[in-house]
Structure formats: C-alpha cells, structure tokens
Design a protein around this ligand. Structure first.
Ligand code: F6P
Length: 363
C-alpha cells in the first residue's frame, strides 16, 4: 500500500474539510493508497508519540459541509521558524526543518499534501527542496495568493461580510448613522472590496489605497446634506490613512503574524477629529468571517483541489501547488506559488467600477 499524509496549517478557513474529503475519497478509488491526517499542522509529526490518524470513510463522510478542520491547525508551528518558549518567558525561534525532514522520511510517506496559505506554501517549498515529496493546496479567506485566481474560503467570507453589511444598512438608515464595518484580509483588500460592492457601501477603505480622512468627511457631509442621511463604510483590517498610521497591532507569542483588528475604532475617532458630526458606530466582524459552513462555490473549489492534489501525488508531480486559473483546475510550481502576493491594484477594473458606482476610497 502507498501512504499519503495530509495536514492543514495556518489559520482555518471554510473548505478545509472539503479538501481533506476530496483527497481521501479520490484516493480510496485507487485501492492501493492509504490516507493519514496529521494533527495540528506538523505538530502531529513533531509530537511524541506522533499524532496521525487514518482517514477512513467513517472519518471523512459528510465533512465537506463543516467549517474548520477535522485535523486542527496552528500558526505557531512553522518548522523553519519554530517558536520555543524559554524559561524567562521569552520566545526563541529555531529552525527544526531538518528534524522534520528526518521524521517524515522515517515515516515513509509516498506523498504529503499541505493545505495552507502563503506561509504554508513557503514551508512546502523548503521541505520539497530538502527531498520531501510534497504538494501544496492554497487556502485563505484573504485571497492574497497570486498563483491562483481564487482561494476557497474567500467567497464564504465575502458572503458573511455581505450578510452582515445588509443588517447594518437597515439600522444605519433608521438612526441616520455612519456605520463602520471592519473586515479581515490582512494586507489585501479583497474581502472589503467585494463586500462593499455586494452590499452597496458609500466608502470602502483598503490597505492598497491609503485614504485621506478629509475626503471621507466630505463624502459623509454630502450624503447628509441631501436629506436625513446615513453612510455605510467597509474598512479592511489593514487599511491605512495617507497621514499617520492606524494599524491596531497586538503581538502574540509564537504567532507568525502581527495580529490586526480594531481599525474601525480608530477610523471612528479620526472622522470625529476631522469634524464629522454624524453619530458613528463600529462593528468588527472578526472570526465569524472564517467560521461555519463553506458556501457551495467554496465546497466545490475545495473538493476539486483535493481531487487534483491526490492526482498530482499519484503522478508523482511533487513540488507543485494546485491552483484555479482561467476557470480551470491546474497547478503551478511551489516556486511560482510563493513568488508574490495578490494585492488589489488601483487600476483593477473592480476598483474602477466601484468608483463608477460612487464608492469612495478616500484617495
Ligand atoms: O489570514 C487569515 C486571517 O483570518 C486574516 O484575515 C486575519 O488577520 C488573521 O487570519 C487572523 O488570525 P488569527 O486567527 O491568528 O487571529
């Protein structure tokens, strides 16, 4: 029997379970493959005893509908930069990749499928370069990977943000308020841009287009002058003003990233300081955007990624990441996959169209 190991790393995302099921079901058809899951990223291999589970049909049946990941995940187990808590309370980062390679080799897997975002793809590339037969599957609600047109989880997050936006519109209208809705996305404004267009926002603030707060106040005043106005703003958690900074950063020990979140409150203060007279309320959507069931599109995309990832493993096409390009399920090298992130460009038609719809970016 050939053995395949699958794992999820980084933040969770709706659709992870659909990939796991896609891989396992497709592998089962071959009769000579066994699929195992590694618990909590590569920790399942680092831990003694190893935490590996056999993904039988009982384990994977119906899981494509569920959010999260049955394999658990972590963003604090990067083998190249592994956080180790010291006795004095500080954290030291060490390279455990050679140790991981040794452990993986001794486990004799014929293929490894690593589902994760940009950080996980970089880890896969490093492991592949050290001789591990690995294939990447891209995931992130942020949609910030350039090698794939869309990542699963993104449209589910946009749907959740849009549903929330719709709810905020009716209360904004009733109270003549300015509503600020903060969405995730790290340094990419995709969730904000899509939900601003889907919901019909007046203002959309994204990291790629720094805003001038005076222009925002002007837009708000114009809306209010026309009658008993209300304004709905979508702000991405990584958005920044042209002058000064507002990134709400809180460090977390061992985490790969600086935590974002809270810019809605800072924008609210900035608007007041710049003379905005309207009542303002803030909503930080946070992790609800990542939770729950994936929408049908994401279930399908994730399932197809799983099937394709297994097929690449069967064909020994290691060192690649599955991708969705020009409406096709395809693959790119991990080298290509990790070259550059996917940010919103100012010249993108989506941005121009949003401006045409009178959505202000504050630039
Ligand atoms: O990358 C996905 C994401 O949800 C970002 O949009 C967000 O900034 C971050 O993860 C939150 O990470 P955590 O779950 O560690 O707080």
């Amino acid at each position: 029997m050939k053995k395949l190991l699958i794992l999820t790393g980084g933040g969770d995302c709706p659709g992870l379970n659909a990939v796991i099921r896609g891989v396992a079901k497709r592998a089962r058809k071959e009769k000579d493959w066994e699929v195992f899951g590694c618990i909590e990223g590569f920790n399942g291999v680092f831990n003694s005893p190893h935490e590996l589970i056999k993904l039988t049909s009982t384990k994977t049946a119906g899981i494509h509908v569920r959010g999260g990941t049955i394999l658990k995940t972590t963003n604090k187990a990067n083998p190249i930069n592994f956080p180790v808590l010291q006795s004095d309370g500080t954290t030291k980062y060490i390279d455990r990749s050679d140790e991981l390679v040794e452990r993986l080799k001794s486990l004799n897997f014929d293929a490894i499928i690593n589902i994760g975002g940009d950080g996980s793809q970089k880890i896969s590339k490093a492991l592949y370069n050290k001789g591990i037969p690995i294939i990447g599957v891209p995931k992130t609600i942020d949609n910030d990977l350039s090698a794939t047109d869309i990542t699963f989880g993104f449209h589910t997050a946009v749907q959740i943000a849009t549903d929330s936006f719709d709810k905020l519109v009716t209360t904004a209208e009733s109270h003549h308020r300015v509503m600020i809705m903060e969405v995730m996305g790290r340094d990419a404004g995709w969730i904000a841009l899509y939900s601003a267009i889907a919901g019909g926002a007046e203002i959309c603030l994204i990291p790629e287009i720094p805003y001038d707060v005076r222009k925002l106040v002007k837009r708000i005043e114009t809306r209010y002058r026309r009658g008993r106005g209300f304004v709905n703003i979508v702000i991405a958690e990584g958005a920044k003003p042209k002058e000064g900074t507002i990134t709400a950063a809180a460090g977390e020990k061992g985490s790969e990233h600086v935590r974002l979140g809270g810019v809605a409150y800072q924008l609210s203060k900035q608007l007041k300081d710049a003379g905005c007279k309207a009542e303002i309320r803030e909503t930080v959507l946070g992790h609800v955007q990542r939770g729950g069931s994936p929408i049908a599109f994401d279930r399908i995309l994730a399932t197809l990624f799983g099937v394709k990832a297994f097929e690449l493993a069967k064909e020994k096409k290691f060192g690649n990441m599955v991708a969705f390009k020009n409406n096709q399920i395809t693959y790119v090298t991990l080298e290509e996959a990790t070259k550059q992130p996917n940010f919103v460009s100012k010249d993108l038609y989506l941005v121009q169209a949003a401006k045409g719809l009178n959505i202000t970016f504050g630039d």
